[in-house]
Design a protein around this ligand. Structure first.
Ligand code: MTE
Length: 339
């Protein structure tokens, strides 16, 4: 029978099941700031971190930083803005917590490893190979790719399969715009994403904890959904290494492991691509990985979650609260089998 306690509640250390059966102890987080407070203070006072020449440089944000002129000089500069149709107005997880409690196995299996080790991740120069079933296969520099699209803000919930969640203010662009620009052929049915393979930079890749490089995938209609997003920034700053710099996928109705970090290749395919966690433990992690409180993980319930910074647990919502937008993508499918 399924243990109703999540990995965090169990006295035995637990977590994502790795191929060698290793389990990880999860650590608690702390408090949150209201989103509106964040938006106001971010627009006026906070420093902006921009990735320049592979390093992080702190730029001081001035009043009026949201002007067109300021935005041209600093692509991560954002003005306060009204909520968009896909945003949540729930409390945003503070930058400090969103950037120190991470899953990024290339750096190690502890939540604190990525923040400690990602400083050395070299994100410039960085290229993304785009290939497979597209009329315009190409290798594009990340800054060129980013310049193709105006940056948008999206405040999304993120629910990890381990039973914790955050609210993340991303900066980036819709994945659909990128895919349309590449002109998929009529054979394209899926999109595969591949993360950087570089054991010199990623100590975790020197261990066979997972099959490297980390790969993920979406059905083409999922990838074209307006919620599917490519993030290049977080909290009005360039994406830190630990959160997947310089380019990371965000699909908020799916468990967090679909949100592949540090992408170097995007391939359109005819067949369903392999995905890292389904390769590691197919009985526990599927291709779809839609957030579903009705389908327990084989080792714990998915009915509730701990929002980082909150006491107690809250109910997990079908499709992480995005059912109105995405449930129709799965009409007629058995979501217990296609977990
Ligand atoms: N991407 C890569 N390349 N490697 C990883 O180990 N972990 C995934 C996902 N993307 C992971 C990854 C998991 S399990 C989660 S929950 C999210 O990243 C965590 O994102 P965050 O650290 O920004 O909160």
């Amino acid at each position: 029978m399924t243990d109703p306690r999540t990995p965090e509640d169990q006295t035995q250390p637990s977590g994502l099941q790795t191929p060698d059966g290793q389990r990880r102890i999860l650590t608690p987080g702390s408090d949150l700031n209201p989103r509106r407070e964040f938006m106001r203070s971010a627009a006026l006072f906070t420093g902006t971190v921009a990735a320049l020449g592979g390093g992080l440089e702190v730029l001081t944000r001035r009043p009026g930083a949201g002007s067109a002129e300021a935005q041209a000089a600093d692509p991560f500069s954002r003005a306060d803005r009204p909520l968009g149709p896909y945003d949540t107005d729930e409390k945003v997880t503070p930058y400090q917590q969103a950037t120190t409690y991470n899953n990024f196995y290339e750096f190690g299996t502890d939540k604190s490893d990525p923040a400690r080790l990602a400083r050395s991740l070299k994100t410039r120069p960085w290229t993304v190979r785009i290939d497979g079933e597209v009329r315009r296969p190409q290798t594009v520099d990340i800054d060129t790719l980013q310049s193709w699209f105006p940056l948008e803000d999206r405040v999304y919930r993120m629910r990890c399969v381990e039973g914790w969640s955050m609210v993340m203010p991303w900066l980036g662009f819709p994945l659909a715009g990128l895919i349309r620009r590449l002109e998929p052929t009529s054979k394209a049915k899926y999109v595969q994403f591949t993360a950087l393979l570089d054991p010199k930079q990623f100590p975790g890749q020197r261990q066979p904890v997972l099959k490297w490089p980390y790969v993920e995938g979406l059905r083409l209609d999922e990838a074209l959904h307006p919620l599917s997003f490519m993030a290049v920034g977080l909290h009005g700053r360039a994406l830190p290494g630990q959160n997947g710099a310089p380019l990371r996928l965000v699909v908020p109705w799916k468990y967090g492991f679909k949100n592949i970090k540090s992408i170097v290749r995007i391939t359109l395919t005819e067949k369903q691509p392999q995905t890292t966690w389904a390769l590691a433990a197919p009985q526990e992690y599927g291709f779809y990985a839609n957030v579903n409180p009705a389908v327990p993980h084989p080792r714990w319930s998915q009915a509730t979650e701990r929002r980082i910074g909150e006491l107690g647990r809250r109910k997990t919502l079908p499709f992480n609260g995005y059912a109105d937008e995405v449930a129709s993508l799965y009409r007629g499918m058995d979501l217990r089998k296609n977990f």
